[in-house]
Design a protein around this ligand. Structure first.
Ligand code: MF3
Ligand code: CO
Ligand code: CO
Length: 259
């Protein structure tokens, strides 16, 4: 996550590879979503993700990445991100879960995540997930050649805080290509008109993490699981986005959804 590193502009040939990886990642996410229900363990989701990925001739980027032990991240309730699938974690009615998948296809990465409800959500959980989705949508809408990185974070932060929620600072979106995490960093908070200018061919993720209470995070002893300091709910959703001359392209379109 070096901020000083220079930002790569991808060729149309490379963007086509990102599109193939991104579309496959979104299909996997949709498939895993159909399996979410009370009684399922997060390890079962992980095992199915790995099986599906191999069957589609792709590779899971998280597995072995900086020592990460599984193929996907499963972040339940107060977990902000990087929850590790576990046989002991049984999903129960009312839980909310973020499933985050990253596939490598022909050397390029598709990174996307989404919230799913286990059974019936509480009204607060439902609002949090809706607001988080709208945050991502507003962040993406800010993307076009000539806009600035700070415009994305500002759009997200203004909306999240107006709805009474907070924006996580400790984790940010990232440049992505044949490298999983690279420049630029994309904070989900910030000020309009600040930060680097966007240029066609840049590809990065927008993946806001929105909390009901404090924005502060804490990492468990496993070195990965990030959770809210106050143990209130957190939600996240992620797309991989290419900057184009007149706006953006979502490289990880979720089946049946526009954004
Ligand atoms: N997919 C996550 C992201 O959005 C990163 C997961 S890294 C892992 O950037 F090692 F935790 F899998
Ligand atoms: Co990401
Ligand atoms: Co991700």
């Amino acid at each position: 996550m070096e901020q000083i590193e220079r930002i790569t502009l991808l060729s149309s040939r490379e963007i086509e590879k990102m599109r193939r990886a991104g579309h496959l990642a979104a299909q996997l996410l949709h498939h895993l979503g159909t399996l979410v229900k009370p009684g399922v363990t997060t390890l079962q989701l992980d095992e199915e993700a790995e099986r599906w990925t191999q069957a589609h001739g792709a590779k899971s980027a998280p597995l072995g990445y900086k020592g990460y032990p599984k193929s996907i991240c499963t972040s339940v309730n107060e977990v902000i991100c990087h929850g590790i699938p576990n046989a002991k974690q049984v999903l129960k009615n009312g839980d909310i879960i973020n499933i985050d998948v990253t596939l490598i296809v022909d050397g390029y990465h598709g990174d996307t995540s989404k919230m799913f409800f286990v059974g019936e959500p509480t009204p607060l959980a439902k609002k949090l997930v809706e607001v988080t989705h709208e945050c991502r949508r507003r962040g993406i809408e800010a993307v076009k050649e000539g806009a600035r990185i700070g415009d994305i974070g500002a759009a997200i932060q203004e909306y999240a805080e107006a709805q009474g929620f907070s924006v996580v600072r400790d984790f940010v979106g990232h440049g992505i290509s044949n490298v999983f995490h690279t420049a630029p960093q994309i904070p989900h908070y910030g000020k309009r008109g600040t930060g680097k200018k966007l240029r066609a061919g840049m590809v990065f993720t927008i993946e806001p993490m929105i909390n009901v209470g404090t924005h502060e995070a804490e990492i468990l002893e496993d070195g990965w699981t990030a959770l809210t300091r106050d143990r209130q709910l957190s939600a996240q959703c992620e797309h991989t986005i290419a900057v184009t001359k007149d706006g953006y392209e979502i490289l990880t379109p979720y089946p049946g959804e526009d954004e």
